[in-house]
Design a protein around this ligand. Structure first.
Ligand code: FNR
Length: 187
């Protein structure tokens, strides 16, 4: 059956490279693997008072999208050496309700990018740690960090073959994790 992935962009802006990388990846994966791109613009700030089985609509939509996916790809920019507030907020919503969060046990691949030369590796490390706290099954290798992202994507496609293959290798590791989990559940 077709693998269903959810790509969450950690940047809200229209011209986001994080979103552009996900769109390029969606095009490269189709039709064998389905990747839905989720933007966080309508997700409110996490508030534990509203953390019930009926949270605000934007949070409910995020949780439902994570729950419906076999695995998630978190594409994040680096803001001041960490992940964006929007992405951290998304993981917080996905980690709850306590012990029943949509991210618990969910295979997750972290992808960071930056116009700069570090590729957002500090945000990558931080986001991995946060995701492990949330109970996600974080793909440990490869570390998908894309430096100089302006030269790597354009018009909804990868413009650099090495970058495309690097990212596809990460998705392959995610799909392997999904299949291992499925066979363990069946055993
Ligand atoms: C940045 N940027 C940035 N880049 C980086 O490599 N390391 C960093 O720590 C930061 N810090 C940072 C803080 C804030 C508040 C902003 C707005 C930007 C630059 C950042 O990588 C660049 O703006 C990206 O284009 C943002 O990602 P999107 O929106 O293109 O996905």
């Amino acid at each position: 059956s077709t693998v269903k992935l959810l790509g969450i962009s950690g940047s809200l802006r229209t011209g986001s490279y994080s979103t552009a990388v996900l769109e390029a990846l969606r095009a490269a994966l189709a039709p064998e693997v389905e990747l839905k791109v989720f933007r966080l613009n309508d997700v409110p700030l996490y508030n534990q008072d509203e953390d019930t089985d009926h949270p605000p609509a934007g949070a409910a939509a995020l949780r439902a999208a994570i729950a419906a996916a076999d695995g998630v790809i978190l594409a994040s920019p680096e803001y001041n050496y960490g992940t964006s507030g929007a992405m951290k907020n998304a993981v917080d919503w996905g980690s709850r309700p306590y012990a029943r969060g949509a991210l618990i046990g969910k295979p997750a691949l972290v992808l960071t990018s930056s116009p700069g030369s570090t590729g957002g590796i500090r945000a990558q490390a931080q986001l991995r740690e946060t995701l492990s706290a949330a109970g996600a099954r974080v793909v440990t290798y490869p570390h998908l960090a894309i430096p100089n992202v302006l030269d790597k994507v354009d018009g909804g496609a990868f413009t650099d073959e090495k970058t495309r293959d690097f990212v596809l290798g990460g998705v392959k590791a995610l799909v392997t994790e999904i299949r291992l989990l499925a066979s363990a559940k069946a055993a």
